[in-house]
Design a protein around this ligand. Sequence first.
Ligand SMILES: C[S@@+](CC[C@H](N)C(=O)[O-])C[C@H]1O[C@@H](n2cnc3c(N)ncnc32)[C@H](O)[C@@H]1O
Length: 266
Amino acid sequence: MAETPERPDGVDITKPSAARIYDYVLGGSANFAVDREFADRALERFPGARLVATANRSFLRRAVQFCLQQGVRQFLDIGSGIPTVGNVHEVAQRIDPDATVVYVDYEPVAIAHSRQLLESNPKATAVLADAREPEALLDNADLRAHLDFDQPVAVLMVALLHFVPDADDPAGLVRSYRDVLAPGSLLVISHGTTDGVPEVAALADQYKHSANPATMRSREQVTAMMDGFEILPPGVVFSAAWQPDDEPGEVRPEQSGAYAVVGRRP
Ligand SMILES: C[S@@+](CC[C@H](N)C(=O)[O-])C[C@H]1O[C@@H](n2cnc3c(N)ncnc32)[C@H](O)[C@@H]1O
């Protein structure tokens, strides 16, 4: 059983949080009893949830590698979560030690753990901010000190936007970030869906009782979020089908429970 971590300031442990549930499902220990109970119930109702998380994490790794192959060396990872295997700075700096990474999350546990991990990494930082407030987020001094928006930036919104309800206009939010990006910048999205795995609906239903209610969306809705970006091959596909490679742990595309896409700002 996971040990209970020290509780950083501002953490609400009365409600399960998406960051901590995801951490538990991936085998991490930065979670509390309330998160573990939630995750255990979810895994009972839908054992495939672990595959969904693994397929997503694997997509994230491949997408970061792809961004570097495209010559993009700056990463803004919004909704970055609690550090776990294959963090963006690790994947990126293994390929290019000078790659810069800014992690953003609104869950204090995620940022506390990220800062601890990045203490001796001058090329990466972690910022506590809400994705639904793009102006404030993009104005953050620490973020600005690490990223040069005159150069291409890869914006990662991986397993983030299903936590943004329709009322907060997720496609509109993406446009706010898009508009500050230099040509050649990349947008990486993965987004929960019930397509292929109808049981994901039960998962979304359960998330109503967490701090992060979730809205699953269709392929068409995810495609609409890419407005103003040239969608790169293979298009909007199940996350496990996005440029698969040979590393073990891959799942069948239709088990992904999420769509994935990468686009380029012309
Ligand atoms: C499922 S985790 C994904 C972590 C990582 N991006 C990945 O795909 O491996 C979703 C993360 O989004 C964060 N999140 C949800 N809504 C957010 C918001 N409005 N602003 C910032 N972070 C948010 C949660 O706290 C959580 O850490």
